[in-house]
Design a protein around this ligand. Structure first.
Ligand code: SAM
Length: 296
């Protein structure tokens, strides 16, 4: 591992850079920079990087974790929205010839194009201390649509990490848990307290690793219908599944028919969505799709 005394992870060096450039932290960009070497080392270790890997880092900040990523991987592509950080990154990362900085909003970047340009079309690994205000859109964007991303190792708000990893029957279980688990296997690696950041966030944080499934764990006839049912179930958490599904746009069948389909799926007619596993949602969605086709 590189010498900490000269690296940005040393809070003294971070403060020096911030002063030198008169950098002002922008709340609107979720700027909380890491200042704890154990945490950064843990993130990089969990991402299991090799010298074959191309890493996409979202929001490099002043380049603290980028330095570690560049040591561990073949190539790092770092996408940063804040124009004030671009000249800072040019200085802090000048010793590395395997880093490309892109000044852009990650939600506007064409990831497919990046992968073709920088990694010969092979999947990248995403590693980041994410801006919390857009965690879910960033993650869902990376998971959906067959994106060429093999794993996502990220710092997120603790509450969001818990929701991504939650199973049926728990208070954190919801549409996000099912959406993430449809595409990937989540594993919380560490809980991280506010004092590991500058400035300190108001919430607790956690590092989560999402490993994309090579084979989807469930077979779904109509993905869009599956997620419509899931969203409806959790939008109206206290309602039974019959009522939630009955109120779902596009499912024009009676509550009695839905009850029958639930029973045929091996579920109780009074079950709530929060009790169903991904497999059970998939089974239900397939049966509903087939039934609706049959009645058309
Ligand atoms: N990686 C740095 C670290 O750990 O010290 C900074 C992490 S900070 C939590 C989030 C970073 O994401 C900031 O640098 C922020 O400017 C950047 N950011 C915020 N919104 C972004 C977006 N839409 N696209 C790209 N970067 C963004």
């Amino acid at each position: 591992m590189p010498d900490h005394t000269t690296m940005l992870i040393n809070p003294k060096n971070t403060i020096e850079i911030i002063k030198k450039y008169e950098f002002i932290f922008q709340k609107k960009f979720g700027q909380n920079f890491l200042i704890d070497s154990h945490v950064v080392e843990k993130i990089v270790r969990s991402a299991a990087l090799t010298k074959e890997d191309c890493v996409l880092e979202i929001g490099p900040g002043i380049g603290t974790m980028t330095q570690y990523l560049a040591e561990a991987a073949k190539q790092v592509i770092a996408v940063e929205i804040d124009k004030n950080l671009i000249p800072i990154l040019s200085e802090t990362l000048k010793a590395y010839d395997n880093i490309t900085i892109i000044h852009e909003d990650i939600l506007k970047v064409d990831i497919q194009e990046l992968v073709c340009k920088y990694n010969e079309g092979k999947p990248m690994k995403v590693v980041a201390n994410l801006p919390y205000y857009i965690t879910t859109p960033i993650i869902m964007n990376l998971l959906e649509g067959q994106m060429p991303v093999s794993s996502i190792t990220v710092m997120v708000q603790k509450e969001v990490a818990d929701r991504m990893q939650a199973g049926p029957g728990t208070k954190d279980y919801g549409a996000l848990s099912l959406a993430v688990q449809y595409y990937a296997k989540p594993e919380i690696i560490a809980n991280v307290p506010p004092n590991c950041f500058m400035p300190r966030p108001k919430v607790g944080s956690a590092v989560i690793c999402l490993t994309r499934h090579t084979i989807c764990p469930v077979k779904v006839e109509e993905e869009e219908l599956l997620f419509r049912i899931i969203r409806a179930s959790f939008n109206q958490r206290r309602k039974t599944l019959v009522n939630a599904v009955g109120n779902t746009a596009g499912i024009e069948i009676s509550k009695e028919e839905i009850k029958q389909i639930l029973i045929e799926s091996g579920l109780s007619a009074t079950v709530r969505g929060e009790a169903l596993t991904l497999e059970e949602f998939a089974e239900l969605s397939n049966r509903l799709a087939a039934y609706c086709k049959g009645t058309n």
